[in-house]
Design a protein around this ligand. Structure first.
Ligand SMILES: [Zn+2]
Length: 89
């Protein structure tokens, strides 16, 4: 759950679907799409509150989000330079 959402996000990277109660459980669409490919790790997951799980997932994804933001900024900069005809040769 984030400040801009009332729901926990699906824990699978790249999925933006909301799940309502447990951020450790993938959303129904992911469960349907990946079916038996989603397997428990074999070791019992430690019991965490939904808030702690959401925090850990956010920390897991922070680096990837930062890279996406940097790439988007670079892409926007390159497009602006291209439109102005000032890109490097
Ligand atoms: Zn999902």
């Amino acid at each position: 759950m984030t400040a801009d959402s009332l729901f926990y996000a699906c824990p699978l990277p790249g999925c933006r679907a909301g799940v309502t109660d447990d951020p450790a459980v993938p959303c129904g669409d992911c469960l349907k799409a990946f079916g038996p490919y989603l397997q428990p790790s074999g070791t019992p997951a430690p019991r965490r509150s939904p808030e702690d799980t959401a925090r850990l997932l956010a920390e897991r994804d922070a680096t990837v989000r930062a890279v996406y933001r940097a790439r988007e900024a670079r892409w926007m900069s390159d497009r602006a330079a291209s439109a102005l005809g000032t890109e490097d040769a």
